[in-house]
Design a protein around this ligand. Structure first.
Ligand SMILES: Cc1cc2nc3c(=O)[nH]c(=O)nc-3n(C[C@H](O)[C@H](O)[C@H](O)COP(=O)(O)O)c2cc1C
Length: 240
């Protein structure tokens, strides 16, 4: 059992390829993903989320037609996380490969110009054929008790993400997290379209479905001795 759980955790990944537009996630599997959401641990058991399931083609098309513009802030901070070869990524053990992005997005000398020139992109380019979106919203007027900046509330939303992701993984359903739908003005347009009250914010969106191509890509993680400290910060663990 514990081996199976670990295997599911290790195999869970971001599936960024296009999905089959006409292959819906079966209702019983969608329900299992939502049931996993239901049992999410949250600070003070506040259950500080709602999920808008969008699987109506007309609504998906309307969301897809909303345009979003890439920000310089995103590109500059994204650059900090990039490696430019598998060797560099293997050495760093954190971050992602620069080859996932257009060349002008990954050259600091060209970023300002690229942002100026970039035409706003329709969200269809992010949704990539997904037949279903799970839009996770939370009530921005509330916070977990005495949690400054509602850090505990946001951690809870992360637990929700992982619960749904692991369930989807175990069902063979692909997921990609989309942050692009949470940033204003896109967020405002989507909320209007879906009748989401003003005070609710979009935390993130999961696009789910079935990948049209192999998902496997080069993924790295730090080793235990890179982040585990034993009894005292700085005392590394090499033989746990
Ligand atoms: C809070 C959060 C936001 C994320 N936003 C995005 C996103 O907007 N687009 C995307 O492709 N992946 C997004 N991801 C996925 C991460 O990039 C991914 O989990 C990480 O690179 C590790 O890769 P893996 O999921 O394949 O293990 C997000 C993940 C988290 C936890």
């Amino acid at each position: 059992m514990s081996e199976k759980i670990l295997e599911t955790i290790q195999e869970r990944l971001s599936s960024r390829v296009p999905y089959e537009p006409n292959r819906q996630v079966p209702k019983e599997d969608l329900k299992k993903i939502l049931e996993a959401a239901r049992w999410t641990p949250t600070a003070h058991n506040m259950q500080n989320f709602d999920i808008v399931v969008v699987d109506d083609k007309t609504v998906l098309d309307k969301i897809g037609n909303i345009r979003s513009k890439i920000s310089e802030e995103f590109l500059r901070e994204n650059y900090e996380q990039l490696s430019f070869s598998r060797e560099e990524l293997l050495k760093k053990k954190t971050g992602i490969l620069g080859s996932m992005f257009p060349p002008e997005w990954v050259d600091p000398a060209k970023i300002s110009e690229a942002v100026k020139k970039a035409a706003p992109m329709p969200l269809t380019q992010s949704i990539r054929g997904s037949p279903t979106l799970l839009i996770v919203v939370y009530d921005s007027r509330k916070r977990a008790p005495a949690s400054h900046g509602d850090v505990l509330g946001f951690i809870s939303l992360g637990c929700l993400m992982e619960n749904m992701w692991l369930m989807a993984q175990s069902l063979g359903v692909s997921i990609q997290i989309l942050s692009a739908l949470s940033a204003p003005p896109v967020e405002t347009e989507i909320k209007k379209l879906l009748n989401v009250p003003d005070y609710m914010r979009i935390a993130y969106t999961c696009r789910i479905g079935y990948a049209t191509a192999a998902n496997k890509y080069f993924r790295v993680r730090r080793d235990l001795e890179d982040f585990v400290h034993h009894n005292k910060y700085g005392d590394r663990v090499s033989n746990l």
